[in-house]
Design a protein. Structure first.
Lengths: 120, 170
């Protein structure tokens, strides 16, 4: 999924979705977390279950919280105040924008790939 | 099981544990601690120690692309207070003065030598390393801070001393 920046024209303004490229091995887990939170606030355990359902991958706690910390520090997600020890997180408007841009890029790449396959 | 979970979470920096420790403990309580989970936690702890993430409120707003590094330097891993900055400045200034005076005293006592010259050259970089104890290393335990900052400062002095000594020989 680290393709957004490479596709952007030189000199073009960096978009929030591009920052996921800086997350290294946490890029893909971060995208999955954003997708999971797009359906509403969730705590870590619920996110892990949801991601396992939608992407057939179970994130380990170290990976999950490494990605959460990165997303939270960039303002893509935020903790929701809760009495529970399990803090739920929700998507921020900036996180929604980043997710939209990233998904649009991925759709464009997938479309180009499908088109080339059909032409081959 | 709970003891192992606590031990694994202790691998993370203190600031990280304070922020995510309870949540991680809750998450781990609900699942089997497999070898894969263990490896994932250790890898996560190494990552958290090498690259502790900052909360936006500690840095005055969400990070924006190229500004990320600037923000990181501006506020450092654990939210540095004004008192920490004064302590850091005191380490930097005091360390530089002490090492410089030590170098001068040594030179006056035993004449020109590689160690005194090395101390004069390394005074500021070594003091800078010592000053990181209360800024960039703040998220680490007291023992780790001491070992990294003092160890780093001693290493700087030794390397420069060795460089000067080699310079004398050639």
């Amino acid at each position: 999924v680290r393709i957004t920046r490479k596709l952007r024209k030189p000199g073009a303004r960096e978009e929030p979705g591009d920052q996921l490229d800086d997350f290294g091995r946490f890029s893909e887990p971060s995208l999955l977390i954003l997708i999971s939170l797009a359906a509403g606030p969730k705590h870590g355990y619920a996110m892990t279950d949801d991601i396992a359902t939608i992407a057939d991958v179970r994130l380990g706690p170290g990976t999950l919280y490494g990605a959460i910390a990165r997303l939270e520090s960039r303002g893509f997600i935020e903790a929701v105040r809760s009495e529970d020890r399990r803090n739920p997180y929700r998507l921020t408007p900036l996180g929604q924008k980043a997710l939209r841009l990233r998904l649009a890029t991925l759709e464009g790449v997938a479309r180009a790939g499908r088109q080339r396959l059909s032409e081959a | 099981m709970a003891a192992l979970t606590t031990a694994l979470i202790r691998l993370y920096p203190r600031v990280w544990r304070e922020r995510y420790g309870d949540e991680m403990r809750e998450l781990l309580a609900g699942q089997r601690l497999s070898l894969r989970t263990l490896a994932d936690l250790v890898a996560g702890a190494i990552d958290a120690r090498l690259d502790p993430q900052l909360k936006p409120q500690q840095c005055g707003g969400p990070n924006q692309g190229a500004q990320t590094m600037t923000r990181r330097f501006a506020c450092a891993p654990a939210g540095i207070s004004a008192q920490d900055q004064w302590r850091s400045a005191a380490w930097m200034l005091g360390g530089s003065i002490v090492l410089t005076l030590l170098g001068i005293a040594l030179k006056l006592r035993i004449g020109p030598n590689a160690l005194s010259e090395g101390l004069l050259y390394s005074a500021f970089p070594a003091a800078l390393m010592l000053s990181s104890e209360c800024t960039y290393l703040k998220g680490y335990s007291r023992a780790a801070r001491m070992v990294i900052s003092a160890g780093g400062a001693v290493s700087i002095v030794l390397v420069i001393w060795a460089a000067v000594a080699i310079g004398y020989l050639i």
